[in-house]
Design a protein around this ligand. Structure first.
Ligand code: FES
Length: 168
């Protein structure tokens, strides 16, 4: 299992771009408490940067008006948040029971042997990164793979091969 307690610093200040800033302001009016915005704000960050840095945690805490520790807790608890830079295509393979029983390991082995990426790492060209994650909530159509937020269900090696070939 990867260590999700460590945050990476970019050494640069972080802030939302115009689009995410507007979305943040739109959403925060709809939530009963400002702290309910922690998870959506982490999503906005990930949508913008592909991952969540140490600076982003501080920024979100300031924007919401809460402790950085609370944002950190959420970011490190939920495996859907990437805590390090990802490849252009970030592949998440569910490793929980249904997916495990229905062949997730063949998918992970294929990615290691044929694509050259192992969990927690990127390919040398930075095109793909891989992470094994907990249940993606589509257990009835296991095994499930998610690439840059899109779900692909009932996956097998052949389908994944075809799918990856379409990604430039
Ligand atoms: S076990 Fe894989 S989606 Fe639930």
């Amino acid at each position: 299992m990867s260590d999700r307690s460590q945050l990476i610093s970019t050494g640069e200040p972080f802030e939302f771009d115009k689009k995410r800033d507007a979305e943040f302001e739109r959403l925060i009016k709809r939530y009963p408490t400002r702290e309910s915005m922690i998870l959506p704000a982490l999503w906005l960050t990930q949508e913008q940067e592909g991952w969540v840095s140490q600076e982003a945690i501080g920024y979100i805490a300031d924007r919401i008006g809460t402790f950085a520790a609370k944002v950190y807790e959420a970011a490190t608890f939920y495996t859907m948040y990437n805590l390090k830079p990802t490849g252009k295509y970030h592949i998440c393979v569910c490793r929980t029971l249904s997916c495990w029983l229905r062949g997730k390991q063949e998918i992970v082995d294929y990615l290691r042997d044929e694509v050259g990426v192992t969990p927690g790492k990127k390919t040398e060209d930075g095109k793909f990164s891989l992470e094994e994650v907990e249940c993606l909530g589509h257990c009835g159509t296991a095994p499930v793979v998610q690439i840059n937020g899109e779900f692909y269900e009932n996956m097998d090696v052949e389908q994944l091969k075809s799918l990856l070939a379409t990604l430039e």
